[in-house]
Design a binder for this molecule. Structure first.
Ligand code: ZN
Length: 273
């Protein structure tokens, strides 16, 4: 029986309560939300932190508080972001990984123009430092792919020993500045990753549901949640992150697959227990 991992990305760096009043922002809100998502079938939680004004922050204290609260409630696999704070330095983008040693962390394999308004910078020196820090701390990179060039960067870093194979990829489709969320693009990008890799996908905006369906049909894993979509359907704001997780779990079962538990996800991804 196939197993499909649902990752929930609860918060992200950008959406606010004005976009959707149900988005969790504080450590307590995020931890409660993650717990509800775990009950609904999420095996992995991808986390961003917000400061007291609601802006994206790499504060390792906020990460530590949230991780502690989540760990006291459930065994969900933790995937901490390494980006989403405009004032972050290379060091603050990695400090929480060294301290908290999550199973996974995002590894954005290239730089890009972000949403037509800023730069998403992941220069070569940073990617080398980040890869080494992850390896030393037993954190598996979730290689986030916004366009095909980022896959070729990942192959270079794998060859150089900065990141290890088998790798885990997350195709992030539909972000302005990256690749559009179409099934053709997903099929093409998936064809470029090394044999033996695991992969997951998400669509932002209109492509959200089609990309979820295509990822499940193609044997991949899925990511859902308010980091990527504050609307559950057209003109319908999401009630919660768990609402997205519950839909993904229903579709996975209808597709004759099984929703992976956190420990099954650890096995599939080859991360420590
Ligand atoms: Zn993220």
């Amino acid at each position: 029986m196939e197993k499909t991992i649902i990752t929930v990305a609860t918060t992200g760096a950008w959406p606010t309560k004005e976009h959707n009043p149900n988005i969790p922002l504080t450590p307590a809100e995020i931890a409660n939300d993650v717990y509800e998502c775990w009950k609904a079938g999420a095996a992995v939680a991808h986390l961003h932190m917000r400061d007291d004004e609601g802006k994206g922050t790499m504060s390792k204290e906020k990460f530590a508080e949230t991780v502690k609260l989540i760990r006291s409630k459930c065994n969900i696999v933790l995937n901490l972001t390494t980006s989403g704070d405009l004032n972050a330095t290379d060091e603050t983008r990695m400090a929480h990984l060294i301290e908290l040693k999550p199973e996974l962390a995002s590894y954005d394999c290239g730089s890009m123009n972000w949403m037509h308004n800023s730069l998403f910078l992941n220069p070569p020196q940073f990617l080398e430092k980040l890869g080494k820090t992850m390896m030393e701390n037993g954190v598996k990179p979730e290689i986030e792919i916004f366009d095909a060039g980022m896959i070729y960067n990942s192959l270079y870093y794998m060859k150089k020993g900065v990141i290890a194979a088998p790798a885990h990829y997350q195709f992030v489709l539909g972000a302005a500045g990256g690749t559009a969320a179409t099934i053709e693009n997903l099929v093409y990008l998936k064809s470029l990753i090394p044999q033996g890799s695991t992969w997951s996908a998400l669509g932002i905006g209109h492509g959200h549901v089609p990309i979820m369906l295509a990822a499940i049909a193609l044997g991949g894993h899925v990511r859902v949640g308010m980091e990527d979509n504050v609307y559950y359907a057209k003109n319908q704001l999401a009630e919660s992150n768990a609402q997205f997780v519950a839909r993904a779990a229903r579709v996975i079962k209808e597709a004759n697959s099984t929703v992976a538990t956190p420990d099954e996800a650890r096995e599939i991804l080859g991360v420590k227990k």
